[in-house]
Design a protein around this ligand. Sequence first.
Ligand code: 2RA
Length: 336
Amino acid sequence: QIFDVAVIGATSLVGEAVLEILDEREFPVGNFFAVGEGSQVGKTVSLGAQDADVEDLASFDFSKVRLAFFASTAAAATAHVPRAVAAGCIVIDGSSEFRRDADVPLVVPEINPEAIAQHKGIIASPSCATIQLTLALKPIRDIAGIERINVVSCQSVSGTGREGVEELAKQTADLLNFREAQTKVYPKQIAFNLIPQIGGFLDDGQTQEEANIVFETQKIFADPSIQVNATAIRVPVLYGHSATMNLQTKQKISADKARECLAEAAGITVIDDQQNGGYPTPASDISGKDDVFVGRIREDISSSLGLNLWVVTDNIRKGSALNIVQIAELLVRNYL
Ligand code: 2RA
C-alpha cells in the first residue's frame, strides 16, 4: 500500500530532513506535495526522484493526501491542521500547538507507540528537548523507577530554525571582524554567549520551553507523578541539543547497571569511556545520526538514589524529523 503525502514547511530545516528521511527509510509514498508559506512558495524540493514545487499552504487542498507532515510554525499548524483533518487527512504535527490536547497522542515511538491508536486525526511529536530526555530515561525508569528529574537542556540555534543558524553565524563573523553584532532572533547576543531563556516567561517564572519539557515528559510516560525541574538554555552551537540530567530513582541503580541498560536500549548509543574525550558532544559526534547519545553516566555522590547523565542528540533528526517519520511508519504499519 502506498500513501499520498504532503510535507508542510518543506523548505524548513525539519521539513528538508523529513523529505530526506522519508526517502532514506523508503516510506511508501505515492503522490508527494510540498507545501509552504511566503517566500517558500514556488521553490523546488525533492523527495527521492520526485520533484515538487512548493504550493501555498493558504490554498492547499488537503483532500489530495492521506498523510500531512507538519514541519511548520505553531501558527501555521493552528491555522491549517484543523482544515487538513476536516479534509480526511491524518496529521503528524511537529509543532507545539496540539501537544497539550487530551485528544492528541504525543508519541515517541520507542516509548509509547500504543498511544497512536487513540488519535482523532492529529498525532503530535514532542519537543526535541523532551524526546532526548525521555528516551534516555526509559530504560532506567523500566528498571529502577523515576521519582524526580532535574534537567538543564542546552539547545542549539537550529532548534529555532534557519533564522537561528543564520543569526549565530552572522554574529560570530561580525564580532570576529570587530563589527557590532545585530540581535534579531534572540533576546540577547547568542554568539560567544549563553541565553537562559527559550520561549516567553510564564507567571510561575518558568519559560515556555521549560514548562513544555515538564508537561511532555509526564504525558509521554502517562505518569503525572514524575517530578521534573527543567532549565532551558540557548547555546551557541549550530546543531545538536545537549542536556545534563540528574535523576532521583525509586530504587538504587548503579552507574554500571545504568550504562548496561542504556547500551541495550533501542535508539541509544552510549559513549562513556571516562577518559579525555570519552563522551558525546554536539559538534563532533552526533550530527546527522539517528540515536540519542549518552555519556558521563555516574552516581550522584550527594544522594544514594541519584544518577547523572549527559545526553546529546541531533535535534533536527531524532529530535524532530526522524521522530515524525517513525510515527508515520507505525501508523501505516499498524493502523491504516
Ligand atoms: C527549540 N526545542 O530548540 C525548541 C523547539 N524546536 O527552540
